[in-house]
Design a protein around this ligand. Structure first.
Ligand code: NAD
Ligand code: TYD
Length: 351
């Protein structure tokens, strides 16, 4: 019998890479991709696998608890990999409540539904919650986040993710639900919505638009290529013990301004523009409220216990990423114009 795996948020950036990996690598699994298709969810991200026999898309909102219970009862999922979330810090500052409803209430709805259908036995079942390093707060110039670092979220986004992590642990400790959590650093790569730093700046450089650098550009992020995150999720999903947490990161810290200068250089070269052209677009703007200074992940536990390590250097990954966005300008134009929202209608409603 095929194992039924529910992946939530599979039409988003990271989720689409996880869905693709699982659909292609595990023909014995049936992958159900449940997604609300918010502005960040785009089925064009999955065109290459959408007709595979082991893939099904379900349009649904995890905020709807009764619906989650119905879907879990209908499909009898064996495992859940939960990525659906509101994910952009700036949007969380503008509208925190949506983050509570999706990230906290939505997660609890999924936990309840899983607990309900698995009530007779947890044997062979797994609830994998995908989270962020931002729950640990902000570091000074030295040190790393480990799995033991106390939670100290500062933005409404990280507070909602921290809360969802606590609920997942509480369901393990209280009801014995077989849960696993991973906390990953900043991802970059293909199919990322151009509101996050790297795709936004690639798109702006393309159109000679200003590059809005928050504050002095001195904040530090630890960047991981999205396909390496998807590989880590695969390894953790299959090998981690119940109730455990793993940090995922590439030991790849970049000060924003240094990363942006590197990106400008690559873009000048790829676009055949004179060196220094893109850097002129850098514009320092008002800092983000509560802007965390530095994130840095210690992923020793994952590397030692489960044998995962990143497959590309940052320079290689960034080059691949720029190449992908330049080769897929239609995708960028669709997401910036909102055209992709019509795709769902054509693909799933009209036919
Ligand atoms: P994303 O915003 O690109 O995608 C989120 C997906 O969730 C979208 O497809 C959206 O339609 C869907 N969604 C949102 N609300 C929903 C709801 N109520 N019901 C059903 N679906 C809903 O996000 P991402 O960057 O791919 O992040 C995926 C997960 O990974 C999130 O849980 C995020 O917290 C976590 N994460 C992201 C990063 C990163 O750098 N992007 C790093 C670490 C962890
Ligand atoms: P972002 O991609 O939004 O990820 P996160 O806030 O989850 O780390 O931002 C990465 C860094 O880049 C962060 O320090 C904020 C900064 N930033 C800018 O300077 N300008 C921008 O326009 C954006 C979107 C981000």
């Amino acid at each position: 019998m095929q194992k039924k795996i529910l992946i939530t948020g599979g039409a988003g950036f990271i989720g689409s890479h996880v869905v693709r990996l699982f659909v292609n690598k595990y023909p014995d699994y049936h992958i159900f991709n449940l997604d609300k298709l918010t502005y960040a969810g785009n089925l064009e991200n999955l065109r290459d696998i959408e007709n595979k026999p082991n893939y099904t898309f379900i349009k649904a909102d995890i905020q709807e608890g009764d619906l989650m219970l119905k879907l879990f009862t209908l499909h009898q999922f064996d495992a859940v990999i939960h990525l659906a979330a509101e994910s952009h810090v700036d949007r969380s500052i503008a509208n925190p409540l949506e983050f509570v409803l999706t990230n906290v209430v939505g997660t609890v709805n999924l936990l309840n539904a899983a607990r309900h259908i698995w009530k007779d036995s947890f044997e062979g079942k797994r609830f994998y919650h995908v989270s962020t390093d931002e729950v640990y707060g902000s570091l000074g110039p030295t040190g790393y986040f480990t799995e033991e670092t106390p939670y100290d979220p500062h933005s409404p986004y990280s507070a909602s993710k921290a809360s969802s992590d606590h609920f997942v642990r509480a369901y393990h400790d209280t009801y014995g639900l077989p849960t696993v959590i991973s906390n990953c650093s900043n991802n970059y790569g293909a199919y990322q919505f151009p509101e996050k730093l790297i795709p936004l700046f690639i798109n702006n450089i393309r159109y000679n638009k200003p590059l809005p650098v928050y504050g002095k550009g001195e904040n530090v992020r630890d960047w991981l290529w999205v396909e390496d995150h998807a590989r880590a999720i695969d390894v953790i999903f299959h090998k981690a013990a119940n109730g455990t947490t793993y940090n995922i990161g590439g030991h790849n810290e970049w000060k924003n301004i240094d990363l942006i200068r590197l990106l400008c250089k690559i873009m000048d070269r790829k676009l055949g523009r004179p060196a220094g052209t893109s850097e002129k677009l850098i514009t320092f703007v008002k800092d983000r409220a509560g802007h965390d200074l530095r994130y840095a992940i210690d992923s020793t536990k994952l590397q030692k216990e489960l044998g995962w390590k990143p497959s590309v250097t940052f320079e290689e990954g960034l080059e691949k990423t720029v190449d992908w966005y330049l080769a897929n300008q239609e995708w960028l134009d669709h997401v910036t114009s909102g055209d992709y929202q019509k795709y769902y209608e054509e693909q799933y409603i009209k036919r």
